[in-house]
Design a protein around this ligand. Structure first.
Ligand code: R5P
Length: 225
């Protein structure tokens, strides 16, 4: 199976977690897009969705799914999203698609986090994928120095084909931090959160996934944490 076929398989499997009549939290990225397309096929079963990015909101609306402002929602039963890396404890690196901050917010108010990923995302130790850190633009260099002191090699994310800084939905910049071998994800998440100027770090450790649907050549494997 191709990587897209694996992503589509886990997206289809995630429909099992949809609670009829409820508002569902929806992540961002290519795997989440397959899930949105599957949601579109059963949109009559749900009340609507809370999106983790403008791109996800646009795709949801394209399927005729109502998108709710999180401030107008009391609770979310299930949040479905991809990951850049996930380890055996359900801790993840996220933010490859620049949506880490809103993803973390929606995940934090959701009852169950269902991660959907192709098998290549399961790793023994987090950190081979550069860790995204969203920062207040004026603090980019100051935060970079602190991340270097933590042993990382931060690089400012730029727009494709440009040297201009990429700007997130929230008006932030992203530092992608390479060179980290993350053995204590909870501690590192807390340390980076403490750095003044950091908006959010793409380390989902304190609030990791509850379930991971992993697409492999042998079918969809379900990991629970
Ligand atoms: O910011 C984007 C999200 O964290 C994505 O879930 C993550 O980057 C994985 O994306 P994809 O499913 O495209 O590999």
């Amino acid at each position: 199976m191709t990587q897209d076929e694996l992503k589509q398989a886990v997206a289809r499997a995630a429909i099992e977690y949809v609670v009829d009549g409820e508002i569902i939290g929806v992540g961002t990225g290519s795997t989440a897009n397959f899930f949105i397309d599957e949601l579109g096929k059963i949109k009559s079963r749900i009340k609507g969705a809370v999106a983790s990015s403008e791109a996800t909101a646009t795709r949801l609306r394209g399927h005729g799914i109502e998108v709710f402002d999180l401030n107008d929602v009391e609770s979310i039963s299930v949040y479905v999203d991809g990951a850049d890396e996930i380890n055996a404890t359900g801790a993840m690196i996220k933010g490859g698609g620049a949506a880490l901050t809103r993803e973390k917010i929606v995940a934090s108010v959701s009852g169950k986090f269902v991660c959907i990923a192709d098998g290549s995302k399961l790793v023994e130790t987090l950190g081979k994928f550069p860790l995204p850190v969203e920062v207040v633009p004026m603090a980019a260099n100051a935060v970079s120095r602190k991340l270097t002191a933590l042993g990382g090699q931060p690089r400012l994310r730029t727009k494709p084909g440009s040297t201009d800084a990429f700007v997130t939905d929230n008006g932030g910049y992203i530092l992608d931090v390479a060179g980290l071998s993350i053995t204590d994800a909870v501690a590192l998440e807390s340390d980076i959160n403490q750095i003044v100027g950091v908006i959010a770090v793409g380390l989902f450790a304190r609030r990791g996934a509850d379930v991971c649907l992993l697409g492999t050549g042998d079918g969809v494997k379900k990991l629970t944490f």
